[in-house]
Design a protein around this ligand. Structure first.
Ligand SMILES: Nc1ncnc2c1ncn2[C@@H]1O[C@H](COP(=O)(O)OP(=O)(O)O)[C@@H](O)[C@H]1O
Ligand SMILES: [Mg+2]
Length: 159
């Protein structure tokens, strides 16, 4: 298993900065698996990335609609929330492969619930609640092919 990068956000503006930095590293077809408890900041991070990509629409939790698409930014943003899905089949009915292979970046909240449905190559971001305002982001790659992206994020974080 490859390296894991950690980013500590002491408050919400720091999470927003992390999202901005991430947005500079993401390319079309990148899939980001988000893992973390309810209220850890999965949706907040997607909001930050979308804002940095120039998405002007309000980014809301797709808990009820299951997938949101934001196409007005520098890159399209596809945002899944699998919290209410019963099983893999329900996720597959949403046609995730078309999003994964599309021209945008795809975020999947509660990704561990549909882990077998994810492509081979994805970025995994696990969020840990440290305190009411602090979060720890653990970023890792699912495969060797994602290592360059991980390194790029590491460099951006260090600069
Ligand atoms: N550093 C932080 N990063 C992200 N969210 C934070 C942070 N500090 C406090 N919060 C709050 O935590 C909540 C995260 O909610 P949300 O992103 O919807 O969680 P999730 O999608 O993981 O269920 C928001 O109410 C947000 O204001
Ligand atoms: Mg959410």
């Amino acid at each position: 298993m490859s390296q894991e990068i950690h980013f500590h956000a002491r408050d919400e503006p720091a999470t927003a900065r992390f999202g901005q930095l991430l947005s500079q590293c993401l390319t079309p077809g990148t899939v980001v698996a988000l893992v973390g408890t309810l209220g850890s900041g999965k949706t907040r991070l997607v909001q930050a990335v979308a804002a940095a990509l120039g998405v002007s629409d309000e980014v809301t939790s797709p808990t009820f609609v299951l997938v949101n698409e934001y196409v007005h930014g520098r890159l399209p943003v596809y945002h899944f929330d699998t919290y209410r899905l019963r099983d893999d089949d329900e996720f597959l009915e949403l046609g995730p492969a078309e999003y994964f292979d599309g021209n945008g970046v795809t975020f999947v909240e509660w990704a561990d619930r549909v882990i077998d449905c994810l492509p081979r190559d994805y970025l995994r971001i696990e969020i840990e609640v440290v305190s009411e305002t602090a979060r720890d982001f653990a970023i890792s790659a699912s495969s060797d092919a994602m290592e360059p992206l991980l390194q790029k994020i590491n460099q951006e974080l260090a600069s």
